[in-house]
Design a protein around this ligand. Structure first.
Ligand code: FAD
Length: 467
């Protein structure tokens, strides 16, 4: 089928409409840029549709470390009854949960309010270079082929597609090329909170709790289980080493996995999101054939995990599967190398910096094979700063990255890939693009970082003043 080529011209083109991309597009538009948001799929929001918690929005002390566009999204969800949180997991973190159905409405409203042009069902598959500048990107969809020209491109594809196609260097996995497992999230509704939390309280040995000195604060597992009970939310992390999961894995009633993690997603539906499934075969998420090939296995694991919960965990006896994530979850692909690299040590030590343009606070979180998972907390339940240079790919003059593909080592990535940070990074690059265009700047490095920080703070971003 021959396709005609349409020409489009915008100030800012954001590629990828997940958490980072949605925030970047809103921020660019708010800061005066004519903005298009190109998304390969049928809906904006990315992993927010799964119901998993927004980690990295609050530190373990319960202080918000994100604001600005992230707060606008939370407020929009709150208006339509789709905001739950903050919730503490009494393991390592506090998090926010958004109703995964209502968040779709909240995002669409924000995009519309700020005049962002959404372009769904459209894959960016080419770049046209002019020296170190991306002059335009090629977009393909069912209707037409598009040549999309922009002054600045913001790569929020998760995989760093635009930056990589434009020649930016990147890293993948660990030194031996190992990659985190693929998983598919699902939700169960009709969960009885009372029996679930009573079970949690009376069986603390099944739980991962108090994994940082800050959260443990001298408390026993039983006291932390009591705190979960009192909080009254189905926010529970069953660990692989506890008798509940260990016996089931040994008996073949459950596949080997590090966790069964439950987060509340809707009080009205008595619904939780379940993070349990995994296939660890070093699959690079851009290898779509391999990703497609594991789908049947992941879906079988959904049935197995749901059956396990119904049979063994009080409160789930009459619960049923209410939704399965619309796509396979991919934890890591390319880490685009930028002017700065966020490191594991930055995360661990809660490093603060003058060139910080967003914050993170999630522990280093790297899933491995079978029951393996690395979880290393940020010191003292605090936060760290994401440096401006980690969003500026090397060798490119007009491309920013934000979200999962930021410049980081593997440990830094293990923390900063979380959705709270993605929202904050998106805000930073979107605002930067808008400001740079208004000032007639041609290169992403021209904007003084202190000017950007001042504007981000005016717009509600949290850059200082929290632990
Ligand atoms: C199993 C699993 C569990 C996780 N658990 C949590 C958790 O509990 N809490 C948490 O905060 N985080 C969690 N994460 C991490 C987090 O969800 C992701 O890292 C984060 O959502 C990434 O956001 P993003 O905006 O960078 O990318 P994405 O949300 O992946 O968005 C990228 C978007 O770009 C689109 N796209 C990609 N390529 C192109 C292209 N070439 N052209 C056009 N569009 C394109 C995609 O369709 C997608 O919508 C988890 C991740 C996984 C996989």
């Amino acid at each position: 089928m021959a396709q005609k080529v349409k020409l489009l011209n915008y100030d800012v083109a954001v590629i990828g409409g997940g958490t980072a991309g949605m925030a970047a597009a809103v921020a660019a538009s708010k800061n005066g840029a004519k903005t298009i948001l190109v998304e390969a799929g049928p809906m904006l929001g990315g992993e927010l549709h799964t119901g998993m918690s927004v980690n990295g929005a609050l530190n373990a002390r319960g202080e918000y470390v994100v604001g600005g566009v992230a707060t606008e999204l939370f407020d929009e969800c709150r208006k339509i009854g789709g905001f739950i949180g903050p919730v503490h997991d009494y393991r390592l973190i506090c998090y926010v949960v958004l109703d995964p159905e209502l968040v779709k409405i909240a995002i669409a409203r924000l995009i519309d309010r700020y005049g962002v042009t959404p372009l769904l069902y459209s894959l960016v598959d080419q770049v046209v270079m002019d020296g170190d500048r991306v002059e335009s990107v090629g977009v393909v969809n069912k209707q037409e082929r598009i040549l999309l020209k922009a002054k600045y491109f913001i790569d929020c594809s998760g995989d760093g597609d635009v930056a990589a196609m434009a020649g930016a260097p990147f890293e993948l996995g660990d030194r031996d090329g190992r990659l985190q497992p693929l998983s598919i999230m699902f939700r169960m509704s009709g969960v009885e909170n009372g029996p679930l939390l009573s079970f949690v309280r009376s069986h603390p040995g099944n739980l991962a709790v108090g994994e940082s000195d800050y959260v443990r604060a001298g408390r026993t597992d039983a006291e932390l289980a009591e705190a979960i009970y009192r909080q009254g939310e189905p926010a529970v992390f069953f660990k692989a080493g506890g008798p509940l999961m260990r016996n089931a894995i040994q008996a073949g009633d459950l596949f080997p996995t590090a966790l069964i993690m439950l987060y509340p997603t809707s009080h009205a539906r008595r619904e939780v999101c379940v993070n349990a499934t995994r296939v660890a075969e070093n699959i690079d998420g851009v290898q779509v054939g391999r990703v497609s090939g594991v789908l049947p296995r992941l879906l079988d694991q959904v049935l197995t995990a749901a059956g396990f919960l119904q049979k063994h965990v009080p409160g789930f006896e009459h619960a049923s599967i209410a939704g399965i994530a619309p796509r396979v979850g991919i934890r890591e692909t390319r880490r685009i190398l930028g002017e700065a690299i966020l490191t594991g040590e930055d995360v661990r030590s809660g490093r603060k910096r003058e060139d910080g343009v967003a914050k993170g606070c999630h522990h280093i979180d790297i899933h491995g094979e079978d029951v393996e998972q690395v979880r290393i907390p940020v010191d003292n339940g605090g936060s760290y700063d994401i440096p401006w240079g980690s969003l500026l790919p090397r060798m490119l003059a007009n491309v920013y990255v934000a979200g999962r593909c930021l410049s980081s080592d593997r440990e830094g990535h293990g923390s900063a890939r979380n959705m709270g940070n993605c929202l904050a990074m998106g805000h930073a690059v979107g605002a930067a693009a808008g400001l740079s265009i208004a000032a007639g700047m041609k290169d992403i490095r021209e904007l003084p970082v202190q000017r950007l920080r001042a504007v981000l703070k005016e717009q509600g971003a949290v850059l200082d003043g929290v632990y």
